[in-house]
Design a protein around this ligand. Structure first.
Ligand code: UT7
Length: 323
């Protein structure tokens, strides 16, 4: 028997305010054509004044719990991936915990920017497989609109706010091909800090800071790293790209999604694309895309899915999951 973490529910949440490229073009020197052609993005959702990362995360978690058909109080672990926490401390995960009415469980945040959900998933999976926890909420939630420089057209058009969540459950599996997280692989290379970062922080400037990115260089690294980590993770699972039903990638740029799928020899029709509707929601993007494809019926129980992401640090990673 093998102890595995099985995804028993997914959920997501988007702020009501939806902003088109044309609306952004009224604020900065850009056009709908440029944004669509270079990124594939058409819309992004922006958090209202009364919304924060933890409120978005809580709604996504509620939806995931409902789809799993389990009570919040049965959760014994919350791992929240975010680069835009409500407060420097305590962890936003503890705010989600309280909002869900859970009085005692392990709850903490993971900071790996756009790869945050993959990092959080591996951490939760390891804790479950070690036998320490039975049922976990793994959440990616962000309010990047709060750290964007709204004067910088090269970055402010690319990001949006949102949250996605999964419920993981410990399950003994006798079969080799059974459900659950089959393999995960994570990487980081801190030498590239200056290509994608926030120019503030509590122990440097004492301010929150704004996002800065050298987009073209990030793009180049993204395609190479993502294709490599997907191949590596599939190999660890003893599988190949021919076995994959769906890739659920980090939604940064439609051109990155196309280029990575091509490198792996995957048909574009097997890639879940939500970047057009949500833009880049950092740690939220993978679970948001996953929930979208589960709810619209594309991803079904038993499908082999590959999750992947790359972001600031650089950090990057992938997970192979029998859904
Ligand atoms: O989530 C973490 C991972 N992040 C990513 O994966 C982002 C990766 N990078 C990208 O997606 C792309 O590099 C971008 C979409 C950010 C930029 O696309 P690009 O084709 O690499 O364009 P560029 O940055 O090289 O800029 C090309 C031109 C420049 O003008 P000049 O210097 O050629 O005259 C920019 O000033 O496009 C200009 N430009 C814009 N024009 C209209 C940059 N932003 C805009 C804009 N509207 N919003």
């Amino acid at each position: 028997m093998t102890l595995r973490s099985v995804i028993i529910g997914t959920g997501s949440f988007l702020p009501a305010k939806r902003v088109s490229n044309a609306e952004l073009a009224e604020r900065v020197d850009t056009t709908d054509e440029w944004i669509v052609e270079r990124t594939g993005i058409r819309f992004r959702h922006i958090a209202g004044d009364d919304e924060t990362t933890s409120t978005l995360a809580t709604e996504a978690a509620r939806a995931a719990l409902e789809s799993a058909g389990v009570e919040a109080t049965s959760i014994d672990l919350i791992v929240l991936a975010t680069a835009t926490p409500d407060q420097t401390f305590p962890a936003s995960a503890t705010r989600v915990q309280t909002a869900l009415g859970i009085n005692d469980c392990v709850a903490f945040d993971v900071a790996a920017v756009c790869s945050g959900f993959l990092y959080a998933l591996q951490v939760a999976d390891s804790m479950i497989r070690a036998g320490a926890h039975r049922r976990a909420l793994v959440i990616g939630a962000e309010t990047f609109s709060r750290i964007l420089d709204w004067e910088d057209r090269a970055t402010c058009v690319l990001f949006g706010d949102g949250a996605g969540a999964v419920v993981l459950q410990a399950q003994e599996s006798a079969e080799q091909g059974g459900r659950g997280i089959l393999a995960t692989r994570l990487h980081a290379d801190g030498r590239h800090n200056d290509l994608l970062y926030v120019d503030g922080g509590p122990s440097t400037t004492g301010t929150v800071g704004k996002l800065r990115m050298k987009g073209r260089e990030v793009f180049r690294h993204a395609v190479v790293n993502l294709a490599a980590v997907m191949s590596e993770t599939l190999e660890v699972a003893g599988l190949s790209s021919a076995d994959v039903d769906w890739v659920v990638p980090h939604q940064a740029n439609a051109r990155i999604l196309d280029a990575t799928a091509r490198k792996l020899g995957l048909a574009p029709g097997k890639v879940v694309v939500t970047v057009d509707q949500h833009a880049n929601t950092s740690a939220a993007s993978v679970p948001l895309a996953l929930d979208t494809a589960v709810r619209d019926g594309r991803i079904k129980q038993g499908d082999l899915i590959v999750l992947e992401a790359m972001g600031g640090g650089f950090t990057w990673g992938a997970a192979v999951v029998r859904f």
